[in-house]
Ligand binder design. Structure first.
Ligand SMILES: *Cc1c(COP(=O)(O)O)cnc(C)c1O
Length: 377
């Protein structure tokens, strides 16, 4: 096992061995659906690729290692990962959710799973008394993002894990921070989820999801569901994600450094009313973020004068591409109200129409600042 290595070493090596037959240093893309057996039920550990695939196994072990967990599972998308987790619960079970989450998470919870009898409450996770009061005897899961998408709020993972009653799983969507900056399992969470489409993949060329955990029985339940439900990623997608993770720590350093300078530029700009970036001392979650993160990441949200100003700015940038998604090496800009979070419109967790979200890439920061300067002018 490799646990004693530093994060940067794990990101490059964990879960991966040179191919035993050829010595290929990169894990091959095992583009196969099935595996030849020597006698019925006698095989080399692989029977059918929904159940297990060697390229996927390497990715699952790598994700576990970089989250500091014992077990990892990979899925066809971030939503597939959350969906598979939710299938562990039963009608009548209650799930407590932070009141700022990815729009697709809100949609899956309230528009899909509510129909199957799961119940959701939405709570401000910065208000620990409100969180404490929101647990019911039926609560099975506390689900949170930190930093949140898109309002960049910070939740105190350690404090929330401590106040969650016995028997309530604490799950963290760690997509925005990535394990290079934040490892929720080390802070007391039971399960970590990723949209590996974002920073883990890092190159905007693959859609994927992952879960990581330490508890063996939780892992067995979820492994059963992964196979039973079947929302697994293709070998090629696992390969791309494996390759992406090798540079995660280097990318996150640069994303964070660029984002800090851009946040400072935006904070001084007269057209920007509010900058939401946990790396700024003015951010209400700054102290908690400093404690639980190794860097503040590449995501920034800003509030402009109104929805028209927001739409105008996102249409005027040249280097920041107007697109959904985040976490790639290239910078993106978007208008959550009409794009990624349109599904939350008129809901209790609707996002401000004047909000603009930036995914700061790893281009030269001066070029990025010039682009924003001309767009805001
Ligand atoms: C994108 C995203 C998801 C959904 O992941 P997909 O890979 O798009 O299915 C979930 N949570 C957060 C925070 C995200 O940004």
């Amino acid at each position: 096992m490799m646990e004693h290595y530093h994060f940067d070493t794990l990101a490059i090596h964990a879960g991966q061995e040179p191919d035993p037959t050829t010595g290929a240093i990169m894990t091959p893309i095992y583009q196969t659906s099935t595996y030849v057996q020597s006698a019925p039920a006698e095989h080399k550990g692989y029977e059918y690729s929904r159940t297990d695939n060697p390229t996927r196994a390497a990715l699952e072990n790598l994700v576990a290692a970089i989250e500091g967990g014992r077990y990892g599972l990979a899925f066809a998308s971030g939503m597939a990962a959350i969906d598979t987790l939710l299938r562990r619960f039963n009608p009548g079970d209650h799930i407590l959710v932070g009141n700022d989450v990815y729009g697709g998470t809100y949609r899956l919870f309230e528009r899909v799973y509510a129909r199957y009898g799961l119940r959701f409450s939405w709570v401000d996770l910065a208000d620990l008394d409100a969180v404490r009061a929101a647990f019911t005897p039926q609560t099975r899961l506390l689900w949170l993002e930190t930093p949140t998408n898109p309002l960049m709020s910070i939740a105190d993972i350690t404090a929330l894990a401590e106040l969650a009653p016995e028997g309530v799983l604490v799950g963290v969507d760690n997509t925005f921070a990535s394990p290079a900056l934040q490892q929720p399992l080390q802070l007391g969470a039971h399960i970590v989820m990723h949209s590996s489409t974002k920073y883990l993949g890092g190159h905007s060329d693959v859609v994927g999801g992952a879960l990581a955990m330490n508890d063996e029985s939780l892992y067995h339940d979820l492994k059963f569901l992964q196979n039973a439900v079947g929302a697994v990623p293709a070998p090629m997608d696992c390969f791309l994600t494996l390759r992406g993770i090798k540079t995660l720590h280097v990318r996150m350093e640069r994303h964070s450094a660029n984002a800090r300078l851009i946040a400072e530029f935006l904070a001084d700009h007269p057209a920007v009313k509010t900058v939401l970036y946990p790396g700024l001392e003015s951010h209400p979650g700054h102290e908690v973020a400093k404690r639980q993160m190794r860097g503040f990441g590449g995501m920034i949200s800003i509030i402009l004068d109104g929805p028209d100003a927001a739409r105008r700015v996102v249409s005027r940038t040249k280097l920041f591409a107007l697109a959904e998604s985040l976490g790639g090496v290239e910078s993106l800009i978007e208008h959550p109200y009409s794009m990624t979070h349109a599904s939350t419109a008129a809901s209790p967790i609707a996002v401000p129409p004047a909000l603009v979200r930036l995914s700061v890439g790893i281009e030269h920061v001066d070029d990025l600042i010039e682009d924003l300067r001309q767009a805001l002018a």
